[in-house]
Ligand binder design. Sequence first.
Ligand code: CA
Length: 239
Amino acid sequence: MKTLPRILIVEDEPAIAELIAVNLRHNGFQPIWAMDAATAQKELDDVLPDVILLDWMLPGESGLTLAKKWRSGARTQAVPILMLTARGDEVDRVAGLDAGADDYIVKPFSTKELLARIRAVLRRRTPEQAGGQIQMGDLILDADTHRVNFKDQPLKLGPTEFKLLQYFMSHTERVHSRGQLLDRVWGDHVFIEERTVDVHVKRLREALGDAGAMVETVRGAGYRFTVQSVVVRTALSGL
Ligand code: CA
């Protein structure tokens, strides 16, 4: 099963939060509502959302302050932030983007606009959430049908291995620590042991067969997904 993208709504006005939550739920998202900064922080500490909708005008810490804080935090820095603001003038928009927001929406906004903005930041930040096909060499992953093929042969992957492969194929050639993989693939690093990652990487390699070499272990750092190894191996076996 594909997990629904989690959207954290940080908004102090219940009527607006409720309206957004209902619309998100109807459109395949999982909304979580936090009415103030402290509740929002607690939610972030528990489970990382896929997108944060952040109201500018909050009691206590302002949305702007929160955006800056989360953008500079190691755990939260990659989570897309969409600022919700009643202010439309350019100085404020620039301040929001400077604080690290990915985009902003001026209230009142339509559901259609909100959904379009959310999907756009998801595509930019986490292409694996956007669906569609990813191809690397002979390896093809289809997020919509949940199928993986290598050299036109279907591969059998468990749900976690599928999500892991989807993440790897969307973020190739760089090293991911076990903690980062837990945050981005499992959605949390708090309750799961890092050893769990190794178990699923091993299963993924086995399921991939000849393509398993694409998942490299980087000693002391984590894992990297690369096309290089397969290219080299194929070249050598041709000698
Ligand atoms: Ca408000």
